[in-house]
Each structure stands twice: as C-alpha cells, then as structure tokens.
Ligand binder design. Sequence first.
Ligand SMILES: [Cu+2]
Length: 134
Amino acid sequence: MFNFHRLSFNRIVPFFAATCLISVLTSCTGVSDYTPLLNSEPGAGETINERTPRTLRLFYAALPDVENSKLTLTGPAGDYSLRGLHTMGADDLMVEIYQPALTNGHYTVQWKTRVEGDDADYAGEYTFEVALPQ
Ligand SMILES: [Cu+2]
C-alpha cells in the first residue's frame, strides 16, 4: 500500500509540474499576443498625405461593446477631444475627431474595449502620421 502511494506520487508530481509549466507558458503568450483589433482607419503606421482624417474607425474580430470602450487620440496639440463614440454595426468602433483639427504630425490612438462573446478586457495603441503637402 505504501509503495503504491509512493509510486503514484512520484509519477504524479512531474506530470503536474509539466502541466503547470505548459499552461503558464501558453497563457503568457496567449495574453500578450492576442488582440481582437483587426484593422483601422487611419491604419496603424499609415502616413496620410491626401485628406485630414475627421474620424477614427477601429475594426474588431467581434462586435465591440460601446459602453465598455474608450478611445483617445494624442498628437502635436496634446489630447484631442473626440465625440460620439458608436458602432456602425460592422464589428467596429467609430468616433468623430472633434477639436482641434489635425495638423501635420505624429498621432497615437489608444483604445480599450470588450467584444461580444469574450469576457476579457482588451487594450492597445497604434500610431499614424499626418503629412499633407504644405
Ligand atoms: Cu459611424
């Protein structure tokens, strides 16, 4: 009886140790790599040289919950005020860039959201550049 316990214990410990290690590794990489953000307008890393953007639109893997979402825009004038956060129903968030109007420079969009069918809170940021001919 004692030997039986000892044997199973010795087998079980390495099994659990390996299982824990695997789940720690996969949850770490899963959390840091996955984002539901698929695309945006302006796009991440885009340089705009035709028309000053008046809206931000972010496209996700599922319908974002507007109540639990937040967008901010920072750039040469500091914080830009945004108004009318909504969804067009295309798994997107959309907002009007209210004031001031964008000038040439480097901008950062920060976003926070929750999407349908997923309990996790997601956040991220990306940048774009406005470079209209003067
Ligand atoms: Cu819209």
